[in-house]
Design a protein around this ligand. Structure first.
Ligand SMILES: Cc1ncc(COP(=O)(O)O)c(C=O)c1O
Length: 402
């Protein structure tokens, strides 16, 4: 199927949601950091499948083998049953975070679970009034109604009101505003340690420390949304580890299944104990197939040193981008944490740069019309990093001269 035909299918059979962001090709195959379209053209994937999912690369051999093996034995039984992949995955994640797990299928669902857990914790410790969730402006927590209410971007709320009540938004990295907002009615502060979708803005240490302190003071849960930042993307297992601030709850999805949909919420005591049987559930959550894929993904990350690679190659990318900034007036700022990079441009030409990259075989994404975003897989080699940046440099040169 070619791009033209794909567009016809989209118009005929899909709800009108993605057309403006679709790239002009049909992807048929992926391996590591490489993608191929239906015309046989090859691309370097600097966005891990588009949105930071395939951190271990496309079709990682370990993940593919685990899926094949599991698919031959058992695809699914619900949480009415025990299955070994789910239990082993829970144990491995608990070793990484020292909390207990709830499994679901996406980032939004993981955040939904965290919100419900925090509400229940507030209810049990103080009563119904303790239900407020404080989150940051410019945050992104998902598209279900509660995760959308937590998302601090009014443009996503438009047309979907009334949203669930009890969500308060404060400017990101503004300690005074956080102190003002958190109080006796707060059951949780929910933050991305590094704002992802709005353009890679890291929290300050002071900010996350203040959030920890306020949550301790008022008996609220500190929730870190690590859906995008977790599982090695920033050069550590979890982004909060850069800060030395320990949350009560983290949420994961994206990179967890190596490309297979699975999400998880991990919670520590005393917050974890607020849920009791029947409070929350998911039919598919932690099913045998995605759990086997996730277990193999975690093994690959650990045994192949992918976190170290993300830190090292991410560092090289950041260095070279900084030197590009020196040479091209078009780049005004580079923000990088491992394999999470935001590039601000001096002019609204982000889409043109993306187009020129694609034409030359590099996939990147944009935020608004003046920012580029790179989310390369953790497996990216130095050589691929160089290759990608050479293409980006050519694209910038082309667009700068127009
Ligand atoms: C930080 C963060 N939280 C939550 C989500 C929502 O995840 P999903 O699209 O899997 O529901 C995203 C998606 O981009 C995200 O970046």
């Amino acid at each position: 199927m070619d791009y033209r035909e794909a567009q016809e299918y989209e118009r005929g059979y899909l709800l009108d949601l993605y057309a403006p962001i679709r790239m002009p090709m049909v992807i048929v195959r992926g391996e590591g950091a490489t993608l191929w379209d239906s015309e046989g053209k090859q691309y370097l994937d600097f966005v891990s499948g588009g949105r930071a999912v395939t951190g271990v690369g496309h079709c990682h051999p370990r993940v593919t083998a685990a899926i094949r093996e599991q698919a031959g034995k058992l695809l699914h039984v619900s949480n009415d049953f025990y299955t070994e992949p789910q239990l082993l995955l829970a144990r491995r994640l608990s070793e990484l975070f020292s909390g207990r797990c709830f499994f679901c299928n996406s980032g939004a669902e993981a955040n939904e679970a965290a919100i419900k857990l925090a509400r229940k914790y507030g209810y049990k410790t103080a009563g119904e009034h303790k239900h407020e969730i404080v989150s940051a402006l410019k945050s992104f927590h998902g598209r279900t109604l509660a995760s959308l209410a937590a998302t601090g971007q009014p443009k996503y709320h438009e047309g979907f009101r009334p949203l669930p009540e009890g969500f308060v938004h404060v400017p990101f990295n503004d300690v005074a505003a956080l102190r003002e907002a958190v109080g006796e009615n707060t059951c949780a502060v929910m933050l991305e340690p590094i704002l992802g979708e709005s353009g890679v803005y890291p929290a300050t240490e002071e900010y996350l420390k203040a959030a920890r302190e306020l949550c301790a003071k008022y008996g609220a849960a500190l929730i870190f949304d690590e859906v995008q930042t977790g599982l090695g993307r920033t050069g550590k297992w979890f982004a909060y580890q850069h800060y030395g601030v320990e949350p009560d709850v983290i949420t994961l999805a994206k990179g967890l299944g190596g490309g297979v949909p699975i999400g998880a919420m991990l919670a520590r005591e005393p917050v974890a104990g607020a849920f009791q049987p029947g409070d929350h559930a998911s039919t598919f959550g932690g099913s045998a197939l995605p759990a086997a894929a996730a277990l193999a993904t975690l093994e690959a990350i650990e045994e192949e040193g992918l976190i170290e690679n993300a830190a090292r190659v991410g560092g090289l990318l950041a260095e070279r981008l900084e030197s590009l900034r020196g040479r091209y007036g078009l780049i005004t700022e580079v923000r990088a944490r491992g394999m999470m990079i935001g590039i601000d441009l001096a002019k609204p030409v982000a889409l043109r740069v993306k187009e020129e990259c694609l034409r030359r075989g590099l996939v990147i994404i944009t935020v608004g019309d003046q920012m580029l975003r790179l989310l390369p897989p953790l497996v990216l080699t130095e050589e691929q990093a160089e290759q990608g940046l050479n293409i980006l440099e050519q694209a910038l040169g082309q667009v700068d001269g127009e």
